[in-house]
Ligand binder design. Structure first.
Ligand code: AMP
Length: 447
């Protein structure tokens, strides 16, 4: 178990940031919680870590540089703020404001569909963010619920604007596969790859998101990718009975397969359903923003390179322990979600079983669900069967030693649809019941 202990004991520094737990894994790579060791005020940040060679060898460097510069200047209440960029010899680090409210999608996975008024409020914030970025020449091109985060006040923050060129979208058999599974949110003109306008395709994705918020499920969902494509091309979907007729009318106009006749953002802003309880976003324009860091990273300059430094205290420090807990609070150190049947894109549980036994139990629980298991030390990758009905889910797990007879197990979705992950997790977690340790206080709370 020495490797796992060492991983818990060391701390990693990049520039002035101390890296903490992994917050998630998106289309670009890992996102880590970090703290600014030089800050006296707000110190929490999120750092997106991207393979540098992939970026610098791409023919899109100039576009990426322009979009990141613009995004660094944008300070909009509904757009996740880029604070800084750094590069090491092998990686690019995008430092973002940290938001602690989780993904909007988790709300739906937990509570099901949202009330129409609540869905409208988030949709208004989404349109405000999209409208503003478009006005600055930045398109998202990969809008989906995973990119919709909430801050601690419940305000929507759209992430990954201007980062689409980093995305690991690949074409196989002439079909577009996004890193997060099937392309349910992608506009028909993007799917048929005939060149498209970022403005209208982002509007389509906003329409799919609005549908999901109000319905609790996707308008286009098929296990077979070709059938899914056909449905998207024809905008072949139906409304659930609880949608109001005004909402239906608006969604129909957004999910118009023809981008030339699809409703535009100025028209959405004038729509009666949209305008109800609308609050104009208020924010200050960008001030003098220093772009030297962006220039240094994308001009391949050696002068400003940072490196990842490992420092090794004797045992796991309090920061590591707290930062791995939910909501940055010790109270939630040991995840209660599992006992309540809830799970986000990532979760963790504690176990008093030996690490090898935990690894075997995870393997035993995953294999009957059609997952291929790859083990390395105390890490495991569970890869869903491509052709299976559950799509291409991928889950990463790692076992850490907290104390000699106490282990913490992290489980993180690294690919596939979040709703699918929730379904998988329900079955999977029941196979792990024997090894999960529940503290007495938690037992009392949940009984
Ligand atoms: P992304 O690559 O943007 O899809 O990020 C993957 C996941 O990391 C998200 O879905 C969030 O759960 C988490 N995440 C990304 N950025 C942040 C942030 N700025 N603050 C908190 N969590 C984040």
């Amino acid at each position: 178990m020495s490797r796992a202990s060492a991983a818990m004991g060391s701390r990693t520094l990049v520039g002035k940031y101390e890296l903490g737990r992994t917050l998630g894994e998106g289309s670009f790579g890992k996102v880590k919680f970090a703290r600014n060791t030089q800050s006296t005020g707000e110190y929490a940040v999120a750092i997106k870590i991207i393979d540098r060679h992939r970026v610098l060898s791409s023919h899109m460097v100039e576009q990426i540089k322009r979009e990141i510069s613009t995004m660094k200047m944008i300070k909009h209440p509904n757009v996740l703020n880029i604070l800084e960029v750094m590069a090491s010899k092998t990686k690019i680090y995008i430092v973002l404001e940290y938001v602690g409210g989780g993904e909007l999608f988790d709300k739906i996975a937990r509570q099901g569909k949202l009330k129409e008024g609540v869905a409208r409020m988030y949709f208004q914030q989404l349109i405000n963010a999209v409208d503003y970025c478009h006005s600055r020449g930045v398109y998202h091109r990969d809008l989906k619920p995973e990119n919709l985060l909430l801050d601690s006040h419940g305000v929507l923050k759209v992430s990954d604007f201007g980062l689409s060129a980093f995305s690991k979208q690949v074409r196989e058999d002439g079909l577009l596969h996004t890193a997060c599974g099937t392309p349910n949110y992608v506009a028909p003109e993007v799917l048929n790859d005939k060149g498209y306008d970022g403005t209208t395709s982002d509007v389509w994705s906003c329409g799919v998101i609005l549908f999901v918020l109000m319905a609790g499920y996707l308008p286009f969902e098929e296990p077979n990718l070709m059938v899914l494509y056909r449905k998207i091309y024809k905008a072949d979907f139906s409304f659930p009975p609880w949608f109001s007729s005004n909402a239906k009318r608006l969604i129909k106009r957004i999910l118009d397969p023809n981008p030339l006749t699809r409703i535009t953002i100025p028209e959405i802003l004038e729509n009666d359903w949209f305008k109800k309880d609308y609050k104009q976003p208020c924010f200050r324009q960008e001030e003098d923003v220093n772009l030297d860091d962006v220039d240094a990273v994308f001009n391949d300059s050696e002068d400003y390179l940072v490196s990842e430094r490992k420092e090794k205290p004797v045992s796991m420090n309090a920061f590591e322990l707290i930062s791995r807990s939910q909501g940055f609070s010790l109270e939630n150190l040991f995840d209660k979600q599992m006992q309540q049947g809830l799970v986000k894109r990532e979760t963790r549980f504690t176990s008093t079983c030996p690490a090898n036994e935990i690894m075997s139990k995870i393997e035993e629980a995953a294999k009957p669900l059609g997952f291929n298991v790859h083990k390395r030390n105390y890490k495991m990758k569970l890869q869903g069967d491509k052709s299976g009905r559950k799509g291409q889910l991928a889950v990463a797990t790692e076992v850490f030693e907290v104390a000699p007879s106490l282990h913490m197990v992290e489980l993180r979705k690294t690919g596939g649809d979040t709703l699918e992950f929730h379904k998988f997790y329900k079955t999977f977690s029941s196979g792990l019941k024997d090894i999960v340790w529940t503290s007495d206080s938690n037992k009392e709370e949940t009984s």
